[in-house]
Write a protein that binds this ligand. Sequence first.
Ligand SMILES: CCCCCCCCCCCCC[C@@H](O)CC(=O)SCCNC(=O)CCNC(=O)[C@H](O)C(C)(C)COP(=O)(O)OP(=O)(O)OC[C@H]1O[C@@H](n2cnc3c(N)ncnc32)[C@H](O)[C@@H]1OP(=O)(O)O
Length: 363
Amino acid sequence: MRTPFTSEVISDVHESSICIRLYLDECTQISFSGNFNVCSLSCFPAQGHGAKGDNEYEFSLEFLESVEPQVTHRSTQRQVNITVRKQEHSWWDRLTLQERKPVFLAPDFDRWMEESDAEMELRAKEEKISKISVESRSPKDPYLGLKRGYLFMYNLVQFLGFSWIFVNMTVRLFILGQDSLYDTFHTIADMMYFCQILAVVEVVNPALGIVRTGLMPPLIQLVGRNVILFVIFGSLEDMQNKAVVFFVFYLWSIIEIFRYPYYMLACISTEWTMLTWLRYSLWIPLYPMGVLAEAVAVIQSLPIFDETRLFSIPLPESLGSSLSFSYSLQIYLVLMFLGLFINFRHLFRQRKRRLRPKRRKLH
Ligand SMILES: CCCCCCCCCCCCC[C@@H](O)CC(=O)SCCNC(=O)CCNC(=O)[C@H](O)C(C)(C)COP(=O)(O)OP(=O)(O)OC[C@H]1O[C@@H](n2cnc3c(N)ncnc32)[C@H](O)[C@@H]1OP(=O)(O)O
């Protein structure tokens, strides 16, 4: 004897199929006995075993449109999942031919799909697939963590070094006033030597592919600063008491107390908008001022090199005794402005790249 289902039949609907789940509260075991299908009318019989003994159950649904005669089903002890395939892949306005939903039927809204949901899901799937394929095309760097750790430490040391220089010079300026300008070298030089020798790393890094930037801009920067520090200030005692040392060191250190923390954050994939802006904007006034201060130092050193003949190139007697190093420095002065031009253009491009508003993804 067939009895109608007393429990809910839950359905969810997709573009190509309908999934129906049968629950019978009164049964501890349920098994599906196949289906009987006439185009859109489907009968679903099942056998259940429970407190009321063995019983046969049945319900029928007249779908809105035609469905495939064969259904697939999967049973667990208390539930049967039946999948009915639509004959045509299309979105239906409703499940059943009759407008009013049968009382035993309850839609599963968690899994219910409408055309717009399906489109969104499809797009999300496509995006996920394209992301995975891009990631799989660019192989993961096995040393990434090591590289980041090394760069972070390097930038931290430079940041601490230049912060010490900047704070020291600022405090001395406030306490000693103008007098502090003339003995900058004696108080700061050791730390500046340390930081500038360490800065060789900034040429090595792009050369080894540890950071992705050109080799020329850091090389120009390194050579430019080290010529001033070691050749002009370091080797000429007469230059060490000049106020220009203060301006050169101060201008160098101002940019570095923003540049190195910016890199440190980049190493941990973090960005502070304000810091990024400062790193890519402060150079606009500082770089020309720095090159100008360095040019003043070079010009001031010319007569000293002529006088002391330091680094002069010995010449055959017929051409005179020696060629003063000041001639080399005059050529260097021209190179300095060429270097300024190259690095200014490089930094301008970097600024444009880093500060341009990020485009929002269009869906
Ligand atoms: C061949 C010999 C020629 C000799 C010619 C001699 C001529 C000498 C002329 C010299 C003039 C120099 C004057 C100068 O001394 C004056 C001053 O410095 S005045 C003070 C103001 N100065 C500045 O503002 C310049 C500061 N310096 C710099 O900005 C850099 O040194 C510079 C090389 C100019 C530019 O740096 P870079 O090319 O690295 O650009 P980015 O900072 O944008 O970095 C690019 C990407 O690489 C990542 N990166 C770089 N370094 C690190 C690091 N240490 N740690 C982690 N990551 C790093 C960075 O994050 C960027 O990544 P992404 O693109 O993903 O953002």
